[in-house]
Design a protein around this ligand. Structure first.
Ligand code: MEV
Length: 330
């Protein structure tokens, strides 16, 4: 923004922040109950934020809302909280900003848009204020916003949307994972149905409280499958990872977190040669992921998914990573 052209612009520099969409490979929901989860940041699907110092009330343009930040509806309370948390952290509650986010992926589809938008806004505000923050501080600030969005989030989305490589997440702690599967791709397909993570998490909690033993056993099984997947990634065993994904989808469906459209899309992916397929994220809508052995298979699976009704598909090339490299957090 050029200062001469905007009567509301204020001195100071424009800040920028970037995060990414995330895909949970294994462990959504069970992570809320203390089990491990594995997720990757989808580095081709970016969320970018700018924070421009202005005079007058702060303005927000993010996730489909555009207007004064102070009167943003409840659905945008998480990004508004991210903004306030970052200003507080920077000690700049006196400075107003125009905040804008732009993303390559839709929101409310299990791809972590709320955590990604919050994380990008926090980074943009801190950048505009010339304030640096450690990875732990950025995580804690993003979690403040996520608590507004989801009540008691595990922290997985806040961690995964800024991770340089695959991560394992358990009990609030993230560790980088080694990934030795060569040439494989994840095909991500949007069902077109909005999912509400809060509703999915609260629904499962209610069922768990009614039948802690039965539901607890299924959740425990999801935790075991995550460990199987971690070994499969480390040993470069794509078929074993795919089998764990298929089993996890069946359990998530038993936990009433799937929908017929998600079952249909995962079946279409398997029919087109996927090594495994499952819903990803909160469920009850949103996206599925399918594991393809190579880019050619990913192309065939993507076409089959679109024919089966997917609104959009994306292909993510799985990059191998050694733990030593991945330990460089940004
Ligand atoms: C949502 O992306 C992941 C869930 O496990 C919720 C959470 O971890 O807080 C469903």
């Amino acid at each position: 923004m050029h200062e001469d052209m905007d009567p509301h612009s204020a001195p100071g520099r424009e800040g920028h922040g970037r995060t990414w969409a995330k895909a949970i490979l294994l462990g959504e929901h069970s992570v809320v109950y203390g089990h491990p989860a594995i997720a990757v940041a989808l580095h081709d699907l970016r969320m970018e934020a700018t924070a421009t110092p202005i005079t007058g009330p702060s303005h927000l343009a993010s996730l489909g809302y555009s207007g004064p930040l102070a009167s943003s509806p409840q659905g945008f309370a998480c990004v508004a909280r991210a903004f306030e948390a970052a200003r507080e952290f920077a000690g700049r509650m006196d400075q107003s900003f125009a905040i804008a986010t732009r993303s390559d992926f839709p929101h409310e589809r299990g791809l972590g848009s709320s955590a990604a938008a919050s994380g990008a806004i926090i980074r943009a505000v801190l950048d505009a204020c010339g304030r640096s923050a450690s990875a732990e501080e950025l995580f804690a600030l993003t979690q403040m916003a996520e608590q507004v969005a989801h009540g008691r989030p595990s922290g997985l989305d806040a961690a995964a949307t800024c991770a340089p490589g695959p991560i394992r997440f358990q009990g609030g702690r993230m560790t980088p994972l080694s990934q030795r599967i060569e040439g494989a791709c994840l095909v991500i397909a949007d069902s077109g149905v909005h999912g509400s993570t809060r509703q999915a998490v609260e629904g499962l909690r209610a069922r768990y409280e009614q039948d802690a033993q039965g539901i607890g056993a299924l959740i425990g099984r999801l935790g075991e499958l995550t460990t199987t997947a971690e070994v499969a990634l480390d040993e470069g065993e794509a078929p074993a990872l795919g089998a764990a994904m298929d089993q996890a989808h069946a359990i998530l469906a038993e936990l009433e977190l799937s929908l017929p459209v998600l079952d249909r899309l995962t079946a279409a992916a398997r029919g087109a040669g996927a090594l495994g397929a499952k819903l990803t994220g909160g469920g009850l809508g949103g996206c599925i992921i399918a594991l393809a052995g190579d880019p050619g298979a990913a192309g065939r699976i993507g076409s089959a998914l679109r024919q089966a009704g997917a609104a959009t598909t994306w292909t993510y090339r799985m990059r191998t990573s050694e733990i030593r490299e991945a330990e460089r957090w940004q």
